[in-house]
Structures are given as C-alpha cells and as structure tokens.
Design a protein. Structure first.
Length: 228
C-alpha cells in the first residue's frame, strides 16, 4: 500500500510540474544541456588591407634572384680628333701616345688611291693653281714633308723639313685638305701605321710665287722603325 501511495504521489507532482511548464514555458537550459547544431564553416578570405599594415619583417617575401653582374675589361683608347676644316686629318696628336708600332718600310707602301697624277691635280686645285705647268720661264724647287698614315688611311703630324719658305704653307694646307685620298700601308695584307716621307716638286717664278706642282717622290728610310 505504501509503495502504491508513494508512486501516486510522484505521479501527481510530475503532472503538476508539467502543467506549470506548459503555462510558463521552458526555462533556459544550461549550455552543456543544449543540443548543439552543426555549424558549417564559411570560406576564409585573406584580408589584404591587414596584410599591408603588417611590419616589414612579418610580410611574406617573394624570392629574389641575384642578377648576374657582367664585367668587361676594356682598354681605354684616346679618341682621335679630326680637323673640322680638313677631313681625315688628325690634330693635336702626341706620337708617344700612339700604341701601334710605326713603320717606314712595308710590302705595300701607302699611295694615293687614284694615282699620283690626280693627287697632284687635287693639291693644285686646292691651292688655286692650274693643272698644267705654264709655258713660261720658271724656276724648279721642292719641299720635303713627312706625316703619319694610320691603318684607316687618316693622316697626322704633317711637318716640313725645309726652312719656312713662302708658298710652303699653302702646300701643307693642301695636303691636309686632301688627307682622305690615302690608302694604308700593308704588310702581308695587314694594315700598319706608317711614317710617310715624300718630296713634292714645284715650279715658281722669279718672285717666289708657286705656279705649278710638277711631281712627287717617296723617300722611305732604309730600315723598319718601331716605336719603343
């Protein structure tokens, strides 16, 4: 009897509790008792603005490949200065600074490309002289000159071995103006720097005026001379 009355008592209490819960609602359950629903994670996006504000040491670094440094040792060669009035004539040159050997005898000596006759005519035209010698009484004379002929045919260091005679300056000027006509000296087909020596024969009147250029001859030295 006692057991049945005890069960009835619990049943009545349970029924009353159920009525109260239905009337006032369910209380908030503790976190541990609540049923957890499955959470689907969203895609993670990179915050670029935040990444840019990171200190330099914390930023990811892209690989840096070292560049190949190519060094080339070049020998300095002093450029040749050409006369603006006389093409192919080099001015202000110091022969001690010429790195190549200077020869006075080679297999093929330098020579005006278009021949001796045309070269003399070009010199005469530059001086304002007629191409042919006048048929009058004239006095023959000459001037000895020398100059360097480079491998490309340019010339330099033109000088006269004669005293300063009236009219000689005009001949030197004509040689400079017609400097582009020379071909280089060749030794077994290889161009060389050459010291050209020659004598130009001319005719002048008895007042000393040069009236014609008549001929020229090469005057090479007897031995090959190399600059030490």
């Amino acid at each position: 009897m006692k057991r049945e009355s005890l069960c009835n008592r619990f049943a009545i209490r349970g029924y009353l509790l159920l009525l109260l819960l239905m009337q006032f609602g369910l209380p908030a359950l503790p976190q541990a008792w609540q049923s957890s629903s499955q959470v689907v994670p969203s895609a993670i996006k990179k915050d670029v603005s935040r990444l840019q504000t990171l200190p330099q040491a914390m930023k990811p670094k892209s690989p840096v490949f070292p560049k190949r440094i190519e060094t080339e040792t070049k020998r300095y060669v002093k450029p040749l200065v050409i006369d603006s009035i006389s093409p192919c004539y080099v001015v202000n040159i110091n022969l001690e600074e010429v790195e190549d050997a200077i020869f006075t005898i080679t297999n093929i000596a330098p020579y005006p490309k278009k021949g001796k006759k045309l070269y003399l005519e070009q010199l005469a035209a530059t001086m304002g002289l007629p191409a042919a010698k006048p048929n009058i009484a004239l006095k023959s004379d000459s001037i000895s000159v020398e100059f360097i002929i480079f491998k490309n045919g340019w010339i330099a260091a033109l000088t006269s071995t004669e005293p300063n005679i009236p009219g000689h300056e005009a001949i030197l000027h004509a040689i400079k103006k017609n400097a582009c006509v020379w071909g280089p000296a060749l030794q077994e087909g290889r161009p060389l720097v050459y010291l050209q020596r020659m004598v130009i024969y001319y005719s002048r009147d008895y007042n000393g005026n040069i009236l014609s250029l008549d001929d020229f001859d090469d005057r090479p030295s007897a031995n090959i001379q190399k600059k030490s």
